[in-house]
Structures are given as structure tokens and as C-alpha cells.
Design a protein around this ligand. Structure first.
Ligand code: SF4
Length: 310
């Protein structure tokens, strides 16, 4: 499969950029390096800080949250914000962000401690890092996560599905020559999109087949539609509905035993014993056995080698 472009916190890319020079070994980040084109970023090193350095903490003064050096209170907020804006402008097209959790710069998941004092003794709240906030603001339709995601299988799988799907979208944008290319892409993306938002399929078909919209406008609209749809919540219920829909389409080619096999997998998926990728691979091999394969992104959500992450 094509490699998505992934922005990775430099310390998750096995670079010694942390304030204490320690190595961070995150199994997901390490594995993803083989399947993605990684852009490694350390906001703190990029604004001129060294290793080792004093720790930076988030501190809430009377007006706002700042990133300051612990004990001295030296303020790096503005430098971090302007670095973030500058690097955001310089990025090529990106499919996702995988950042370090709990960091005053990179933390995404509201786990970064914010203190009432510059010595970091009294907790004010938990929030997001300065760099992460700018990324979330600039890329509202892209998957932006931090390493906390490894604790939740559905969130991790959703992240993988989205970055590989967005990579396909980039390929469409680079290669499409006319509306037929968008329509043929859409046919392959059909069940994937249905698994995020079945109702959205009506919206896309209205503009995709309209003669009043030019190819360029269609491509722009399709990109926005595709990204918005994949940004909808991931749920096991919606995924099961799509699998049942596919099973129904192929029902006459499948025997009772084979259907029962898939239903067993669906049951395990419902009970959170397996992830979606496991059922999809089973479904795909069953359809292959029956010579009923169809070219669909839904049957190739992410590389099988990433199954080991779950
Ligand atoms: S968490 Fe972010 S700022 Fe801190 S060392 Fe890692 S990449 Fe650099």
C-alpha cells in the first residue's frame, strides 16, 4: 500500500530530543516508521533549546496558559506558537499526526499538566500542548493523535484506516484527469465511506453526477467530503452494518457454514475480542475462495503487517 505522510514527534522517532535525553520507545510509532513517510518534528529543539535542558511546563498565570521553564519561569510560548505556524505553512500534504502525549508542546489528549505555579507543584488542569493546539486548529479534518491512542484499539484502528485512506485520496488528487476518475475512486471507497456515514453517500452522488460542476470543483468538493466523512466518529455498530451489507450482496455465493463463520467473527468483534481488520481479512479470503473479490478500499484498510499492533 502507498505510504501515508505522517508527522511524528521527534522523540517518538527514536531521537534523543527529550529534556533529559532519554529515549522513548513507543511500539506503534516504531512500527509506523516502516509504513509511513515520516516527518520528524521537535518543537522545543527547533526553537533553540538543548539536550539536556530544564523541563518546560504549562503554567496558568492570571490571564493565559504559557509554556515556561520550570523554576525560572522563562517564557517560550510565543516562540513555540510562531515556530508551529511557520512549520505548518511549510508542510507538504500530510495524512496524519502522531505526537508525544503529556508534553507541554506535543500533547494532544488533554493529559498535559498545567500548573498554578512555575515550580510545577500545584495542578490547575490538564490540557493540550502549544504545538498540538496549533496543529489541531490548522488541520481540523486530519487525524491528530498522541501516543495515548495505543490504549484504545478502536481509536488506533480508526487512525490507521484514516491515514491510509487519505493517502489514496492524495493519489487521486495527483492523478485524476476527469470526473470519471473521481467516480471510479468513489466506487472503490463506497463501503469505507458508508462505514463512517451512510447518509453522506447521497450528498456526494448529487454533486458527483451533476453536469453543472466542473472537474476541478468536483475534485475540491470530493476532497472535502471525503475528509469530513472520515472525521465522523468510528463505531463498531456502523462497521457491523457494512459487513452485513456486503454479506447480503454476496449471500447467494456463500453456504450456511461460511455465513456462520463470519457471524462468529462479528460476534467476537461485538464483544471487543478482535478488531475490524481481522474480520475484513476473513471476509476477503472467503470472497476470494468463491472468486467473488471486488476492488474496494474496505477490503484493504491498512497493511496486514500492522495487525500485530492490536
Ligand atoms: S515531546 Fe515534542 S517537544 Fe518534547 S521532546 Fe518530544 S518532540 Fe520534542
Amino acid at each position: 500500500m502507498l505510504k501515508p505522510r505522517l508527522v511524528l514527534s521527534a522523540c517518538l522517532n527514536l531521537e534523543r530530543t527529550r529534556y533529559d535525553g532519554k529515549l522513548v520507545e513507543n511500539p506503534v510509532a516504531i512500527k509506523l516508521r516502516n509504513f509511513c513517510d515520516v516527518i520528524s518534528v521537535c518543537p522545543e529543539i527547533s526553537i533553540g533549546l538543548l539536550v539536556p535542558r530544564e523541563k518546560i511546563i504549562l503554567y496558568k498565570d492570571s490571564k493565559k496558559i504559557k509554556a515556561v521553564e520550570i523554576f525560572t519561569g522563562k517564557d517560550f510560548t510565543e516562540k513555540l506558537i510562531s515556530f508551529s505556524k511557520e512549520i505548518i505553512r511549510s508542510f507538504p500534504e500530510i495524512e496524519g499526526f502522531f505526537l508525544k502525549s503529556k508534553s507541554p508542546s506535543c500533547g494532544v489528549s488533554h493529559k498535559t499538566k498545567t500548573y498554578k505555579d512555575i515550580e510545577g507543584k500545584y495542578l490547575y488542569e490538564k490540557s493540550q500542548g502549544i504545538f498540538a493546539k496549533q496543529i489541531l486548529k490548522a488541520f481540523p479534518l486530519l487525524p491528530v493523535v498522541d501516543e495515548e491512542i495505543i490504549k484504545n484499539k478502536d481509536e488506533l484502528e480508526n487512525f490507521l484506516i484514516r491515514i491510509f485512506a487519505l493517502r489514496r485520496l492524495r493519489e487521486l488528487k495527483e492523478k485524476a484527469k476527469d470526473k470519471r476518475d473521481i467516480i471510479s475512486f468513489h466506487k472503490k471507497a463506497y463501503h469505507l465511506l458508508m462505514s463512517y456515514d451512510p447518509l453522506s453517500l447521497r450528498e456526494v452522488e448529487r454533486f458527483l453526477f451533476s453536469k453543472d460542476i466542473t472537474f476541478k470543483e468536483s475534485l475540491k468538493k470530493y476532497e472535502d467530503y471525503f475528509k469530513r466523512t472520515l472525521a465522523r466518529p468510528f463505531s463498531r455498530g456502523k462497521q457491523i452494518n457494512v459487513i452485513l451489507h456486503i454479506l447480503e450482496n454476496f449471500s447467494k455465493h456463500l453456504g450456511e457454514k461460511e455465513k456462520a463463520r463470519i457471524f462468529d467473527f462479528i460476534e467476537s468483534y461485538k464483544r471487543k475480542k478482535i478488531v475490524l481488520g481481522r474480520i475484513i481479512r476473513e471476509l476477503k479470503s472467503l470472497l476470494q475462495e468463491k472468486e467473488q473479490t471486488f476492488s474496494e478500499f474496505y477490503l484493504e484498510l491498512y497493511p496486514g503487517e500492522l495487525d500485530g499492533l492490536f
